[in-house]
Ligand binder design. Structure first.
Ligand SMILES: [Zn+2]
Length: 119
């Protein structure tokens, strides 16, 4: 069962291809928006890879005032509610909490990991 668990690399490749992958717990049905070794709700390790919607609403957002090295200026991060799952994402434009947003691309972060970009 664990052999086909979603890996971070697979998740990252999918994001770069414009697809959001998550995991659904076989035990409790929870949907998780980023690769995990076990269900965040019940701890079960039987997780199935699922495709997540690429549209959602802004659940929370905040502006990071001091950008890490390699980035210009402040940027915004948001938790985007996709319905069953929530994902941490970058936010462009002026979407506020509760506004509808859609996947607009990907941002490569300083540590080499992509972050989904919503606008
Ligand atoms: Zn679970």
């Amino acid at each position: 069962m664990s052999d086909d668990r979603l890996t971070h690399d697979e998740w990252a490749k999918a994001v770069r291809d414009g697809d959001l992958l998550g995991q659904q717990c076989d035990e409790c049905g929870a949907v998780i928006g980023s690769p995990k070794a076990a269900c965040v709700e019940c701890g079960a390790r039987a997780l199935e890879t699922v495709s997540l919607p690429t549209t959602g609403t802004v659940y929370t957002e905040t502006t990071i005032g001091v950008a890490p090295a390699g980035f210009d200026g402040p940027y915004r991060v948001a938790v985007v509610d996709l319905g069953e799952a929530r994902v941490l994402a970058r936010l462009e434009g002026d979407a506020a909490i509760g506004d509808a947003v859609e996947l607009a691309g990907v941002v490569e972060t300083d540590d080499g990991d992509p972050a989904p970009l919503f606008s």
